[in-house]
Design a protein around this ligand. Structure first.
Ligand SMILES: NC(=O)CC[C@H](N)C(=O)O
Length: 224
């Protein structure tokens, strides 16, 4: 019987797209050996043009710099196709850090930006507000081990979460919180989801050899 083709795209304009593609391809090598996934044939796809979006079952928007990425999305004519796919057609999507910002409906701390004739535009899809650069400057980047087992229902008790000039989810509409960290006695939301869109302030693609979070995205969002 022909296998079901599962193509997972990674927006590859700027930022940590190579790391996501490498995580996916290694994960897919593992899944190809597993009886549980024998009905599927997986492929990771670098998305650079609107044509690359054809036939995708899911998409990842990587870490990077959201102002730059917003400009590139507009110049490459990818912003509107992605809005259509993610917001109207409910293509499963996951954004890490900059990707979370671009997938949120509301962004704060982005007002002083002059972009020539362009505006700071996001894709949206997550009914949440994110505050950019919420932990301060690049030098204030940090790693924290978080128990993601409650959030994912998987054995991800200790996940190495890398925060680089990360945003925080400062308001929730219909999206729901998945994970929090504590800073100065305040709980901050760092992962959020709705039915088809997932956002994390941290970067699972930067954790070498750990594909558990990527696997959960495939199982929970792409294959359901
Ligand atoms: N690591 C990241 O993706 C950083 C995001 C970046 N600070 C922004 O606002 O776009």
């Amino acid at each position: 019987m022909a296998k079901k083709q599962i193509r997972v795209g990674v927006l590859a304009l700027q930022g940590s797209f190579r790391e996501h593609l490498s995580h996916l391809s290694k994960l897919f090598e593992e899944l190809a050996k597993s009886e549980d996934y024998s009905e599927y044939e997986f492929k990771d796809v670098a998305v650079r043009t609107a044509k690359d979006l054809e036939g995708l079952s899911g998409i990842i928007i990587c870490g990077g710099e959201s102002t730059t990425m917003s400009i590139l999305l507009q110049r490459k004519h990818l912003l509107n196709p992605l809005r259509q796919l993610i917001r109207e057609d409910h293509l499963p999507a996951w954004g890490t850090c900059c990707g979370l910002i671009l997938l949120s409906n509301r962004v704060t701390n982005n007002t002083s930006l002059k972009l020539g004739d362009l505006k700071y535009e996001v894709i949206g899809g997550l009914d949440a507000t994110v505050d950019r650069n919420s932990f301060g400057r690049q030098i204030d980047s940090f790693t924290e081990t978080i128990d993601l087992s409650g959030a994912t229902g998987e054995e991800i008790h200790d996940f190495n979460c890398v925060f680089i000039r990360a945003p925080v989810i400062s308001g929730l509409g219909n999206a729901r919180s998945l994970a929090k960290i504590k800073r100065n006695d305040t709980e901050l939301i760092v992962a959020v989801r709705n039915d088809t869109v997932l956002g994390t302030s941290f970067h699972p693609e930067l954790v070498d050899g750990d594909y558990r979070f990527h696997k959960w995205f495939i199982d929970e969002f792409v294959l359901t």
